[in-house]
Design a protein. Structure first.
Ligand SMILES: *Cc1c(COP(=O)(O)O)cnc(C)c1O
Length: 236
C-alpha cells in the first residue's frame, strides 16, 4: 500500500534540505504534485495533507478531475495542442509547456478576447532529446522577444524535463543550463516578462534540480507511488 501522507512528509523534507543546501528557504520552492493516472480519492488524500498545487499533463484528464477536487491550483505540465487551448486556458493557474510561437499566439488570442492574461512558462528541451517536446535553447530568446508584451500573456519562467538517467548527477548540467538561460532572459528586462519560476525536477532528480536553482518541482511517483501499478484513469 502506498502511504501518500508519509510520502509527502518525506518529499517535503528532501525539498527543504535541498533548498537549504542551495541557500534558500524551503518555502521558496513550490511543490507541484503530479496526479496523472492517479485516481481522485488518492489525490484528495494529498490535498488533505496540505498540497495546493496539482499538475496534469493531459487536458482531458485535467478537466475530468477538476470538478471533483476543490481548493487547489491546477498546472498544465504536458504538451498542449493548439486545438485544445480553448478548453483549458482559463482552467489552470500556469501552463508550463508553451513551446512554439503558434501555441503562444493561440493562448494570447483566447486570453485577449476575454480581457485576461495567462501565466505561462516556456518549455525548453535542453538535452535535445528527439522524444521530448520543448524549444531548442537557441530559440528561447528570439521567442521571448517576439511575444513579450502581448497583452494576453505573462511569461513567468522556464520549464524543462531532463533525460531520465540512473544517476541524477548526470543531468545537473541540464538544470544549470536552464538556470543560466533564465538569467539571460531576465537580463533583457522585457515588458510582460518576469522570470519568477524555474520549473524543473521530478521524482528522480528533484534534489539536483533544486541545487541548480529550481523553485518549482513537479513530483508524481515519489508521492503517489509508481504509475506502473496504478489503474489507468478513464477519461471521457
Ligand atoms: C509525469 C511528469 C512529472 C512527474 O514525474 P515523476 O517522475 O513521477 O515525478 C513531471 N513533469 C512532467 C512534465 C510529467 O509528465
Amino acid at each position: 500500500m502506498v502511504n501518500v501522507s508519509e510520502n509527502i512528509t518525506r518529499v517535503l523534507e528532501r525539498i527543504a534540505a535541498a533548498a537549504r543546501r542551495s541557500g534558500r528557504r524551503p518555502e521558496d520552492i513550490t511543490l507541484v504534485a503530479v496526479t496523472k493516472t492517479v485516481p481522485v480519492e488518492r489525490i484528495r488524500e494529498a490535498v488533505a495533507c496540505g498540497l495546493k498545487d496539482l499538475g496534469e499533463n493531459r487536458v482531458q484528464e485535467l478537466l475530468s478531475k477538476q470538478p471533483h477536487i476543490e481548493g487547489v491550483n491546477w498546472h498544465l505540465i504536458g504538451h498542449l495542442q493548439r486545438n485544445k487551448v480553448r478548453q483549458v486556458w482559463d482552467r489552470v493557474c500556469l501552463i508550463h509547456s508553451v513551446d512554439s510561437l503558434e501555441l503562444a499566439r493561440e493562448i494570447n488570442k483566447r486570453a485577449t478576447a476575454a480581457g485576461r492574461r495567462v501565466d505561462i512558462l516556456l518549455e525548453v528541451n535542453i538535452a535535445g532529446e528527439e522524444s521530448k517536446f520543448g524549444l531548442v535553447p537557441d530559440a528561447v530568446i528570439p521567442l521571448v522577444r517576439e511575444i513579450a508584451g502581448w497583452p494576453g500573456l505573462h511569461i513567468c519562467g522556464l520549464m524543462t524535463v531532463a533525460p531520465l538517467v540512473a544517476d541524477p548527477e548526470e543531468v545537473r548540467p541540464v538544470f544549470l543550463r536552464l538556470a543560466a538561460l533564465r538569467r539571460e532572459v531576465e537580463a533583457l528586462r522585457l515588458p510582460g516578462v518576469d522570470m519568477a519560476y524555474l520549473s524543473m525536477g521530478m521524482t528522480n532528480d528533484f534534489e539536483v534540480a533544486i541545487e541548480a536553482g529550481a523553485n518549482m518541482v513537479r513530483i508524481g511517483s515519489a508521492i503517489f507511488g509508481s504509475r506502473d501499478y496504478q489503474t489507468k484513469v478513464e477519461v471521457h
